[in-house]
Design a protein around this ligand. Structure first.
Ligand code: NOJ
Length: 553
């Protein structure tokens, strides 16, 4: 058996604070709102809460642009509120992971305000400044949020690098003073008692060169991938972080990195030199059809594509590195809308099926707030309804240039935009779904009368109670955490199946990914006790629409 660790046995629940629960009626979720709902999370059974950024921020990217790494955004509360939240989390035997966003800061961070003042400012070298080339940016890189990755700054006649929005300048990790400042800040939060870090785009911190990158067919900008993603230098910085900070505490560390399985094995190797685990992007990127438009498409991910990717990650990492497993987060649309079926007939069954598929795999499972209720995409029809900088920049780049028809772009946004997952948590049937007594910062999904926590907590057949059972199963059965992973029926057009084994115990997981009845040929594996299913009755030899069933031998 692999070495035991609390973060391998845990289930993590991600909270997007702006959308979770508003305690003071300003329409924005806050820390006290989270504290008020800790019993709900404890009852669900989760072990760890990861809270997306709550630091002071001008909010160009909802807090992923930080202007003070040691403070609390007044919209979310005070440091006393944070301390109380942390101690209430600990009092319930849970742990708390916070977001570390240090590839870039906000352009309103005092470091950057200084840095842009003059070429000889002591903070100049804390960011990445370059001369233009013949009136153009220093190279052809495009930012992740559309447009050039370089912003011209008239005051000093140079460009600065921003791999995301212009309000998110990249910190210069090559400068040891930057690393010292980041490591000191991390130590400060660890000494406060936090239990881990989710590290935002950590694979981008080590920039190795500034050469032009390849331009995808039909694209407007070059890729920075080979210069800035998963470089040797990034691994060196992470090892330094490990030695100088992480190794001094007992933490959960998860890098938001993406990349290939080989890269994941380096970041999350069981030898413990870098991180505990990383988030892979490949399965969610299976929707991306590889054109210059990137994620903006309405391509529907097929079972074959998703299964090939997830199975490859499972089998490649087992015994070498630790997986994290998830379908949803604040950067993805709602999983039941994307991979399942959010219509009235199959929403509940398909939400449970997807949860089964993910939670019983090898790796630490992550639940994104509202996923445990089977919350769906909101399907905005008007650009005005959106709040996300990524949407507005993409609109400017693709519709503004006439390359994409507005109706197509609106269809892509409705399918894939991040705001789908950022609508307020649906607590009950009162006004604004019980999220706020004020005006919510983004519209509440109108389906809250049918989909809400209060009803689901009361209904033993709800998606919520199914998640409770799944989490309990992980806590009871070591095979879920430490078992091997054997893919089954790898060519089946309808069924996703796999088996986990540990010390003679075998757990078989069968999931019908479709709304049709699927034949199922497995015999021996389905002989054991049924420990979980989303149907009251299993019909041997077939799987009913979106049926998920788990056998233990
Ligand atoms: C990844 C975060 O998850 C996303 O929300 C953010 O926009 C970018 N990194 C930039 O920080």
């Amino acid at each position: 058996m692999e070495t035991r660790a609390w973060w391998k046995e845990a289930v993590v629940y991600q909270i997007y604070p702006r959308s979770f629960a508003d305690s003071n009626g300003d329409g924005i979720g806050d820390l006290n709102g989270i504290t008020q709902h800790l019993d709900y999370l404890k009852d669900l059974g989760v072990d760890v809460i990861w809270i997306s950024p709550f630091y002071p921020s001008p909010n160009y990217d909802n807090g992923y642009d930080i202007s003070d790494y040691r403070g609390i955004n007044p919209e979310f509360g005070t440091m006393e509120d944070f301390d109380r939240l942390l101690s209430e989390v600990h009092a319930r035997g849970m742990k708390m992971v916070i977001d570390l966003v240090v590839n870039h800061s906000s352009s309103e961070h005092p470091f950057f305000i200084e840095s842009r003042k003059s070429r000889d400012n002591p903070y100049r070298d804390w960011y990445i400044w370059k001369d233009g080339k013949n009136g153009n940016p220093p190279n052809n890189w495009g930012s992740c949020f559309s447009g050039s990755a370089w912003q011209y700054d008239e005051a000093t006649d140079q460009y600065y690098l921003h791999l995301f929005a212009p309000q998110q300048p990249d910190l210069n990790w090559a400068n040891p003073k930057v690393r010292d400042a980041v490591f000191d800040m991390m130590t400060w939060w660890c000494d406060k008692g936090i239990d881990g870090y989710r590290m935002d785009v950590i694979g981008m911190i080590g920039k190795e060169n500034f050469d032009d990158g390849p331009v995808a067919p039909g694209g407007l900008y070059g890729s920075f991938e080979s210069s800035c993603q998963h470089t040797q230098t990034t691994h060196r910085y992470i090892r330094e972080m490990r030695e100088r900070v992480l190794d001094r505490y007992d933490l959960l560390t998860v890098g938001e990195a993406g990349g290939t399985v080989e890269q994941a094995v380096r970041y999350a190797s069981l030898d413990g030199k870098e991180l505990n685990m990383i988030f892979s992007f490949e399965h969610n990127d299976a929707l991306n059809d590889g054109t210059a438009l990137g994620k903006w498409s309405d391509h529907q991910a097929q079972l074959q594509e998703v299964r090939e990717i997830l199975n490859r990650w499972q089998t490649a990492l087992i015994g070498k590195a630790w997986n994290s497993v998830y379908l949803s987060n604040h950067d993805q649309p709602r999983q039941v809308s994307r991979y399942g079926n959010d219509g009235p007939l199959y929403r509940v069954r398909s939400a449970k099926m997807l949860a089964t598929l993910i939670h019983l795999m090898h790796g630490t499972p992550y639940i994104y707030n509202g996923e445990e209720l089977g919350m769906t995409n909101i399907y905005f029809t008007d650009l005005e309804q959106y709040r996300d900088v990524e949407v507005f920049n993409a609109w400017k780049q693709w519709v503004g240039s006439g390359l994409v028809h507005p109706e197509d772009m609106m269809r892509y946004f409705a399918k894939i935009s991040r705001d789908n997952a950022r609508t307020p948590m649906q607590w009950d049937t009162t006004k604004h779904a019980g999220f706020t007594t004020g005006t919510p910062w983004i519209e509440v999904n109108r389906n809250y009368l049918e989909i809400n926590a209060a009803d689901e907590v009361r209904d033993p057949d709800s998606v919520y109670h199914y998640y409770r059972k799944l989490i309990a199963l992980r806590h009871e059965q070591k095979v879920v955490v430490y078992g091997s992973f054997v893919p089954l029926l790898e060519d089946d057009p309808m069924v996703y199946a796999y088996c986990r084994e540990l010390d003679g115990k075998q757990m078989t997981v069968l999931c019908n990914w479709t709304q049709k009845t699927a034949p199922c040929t497995l015999k021996d594996e389905t002989a054991g006790e049924i420990v979980l299913s989303n149907y009251a009755l299993h019909q041997p030899g077939v799987l009913q629409p979106y049926e998920a069933i788990v056998f233990l031998n």
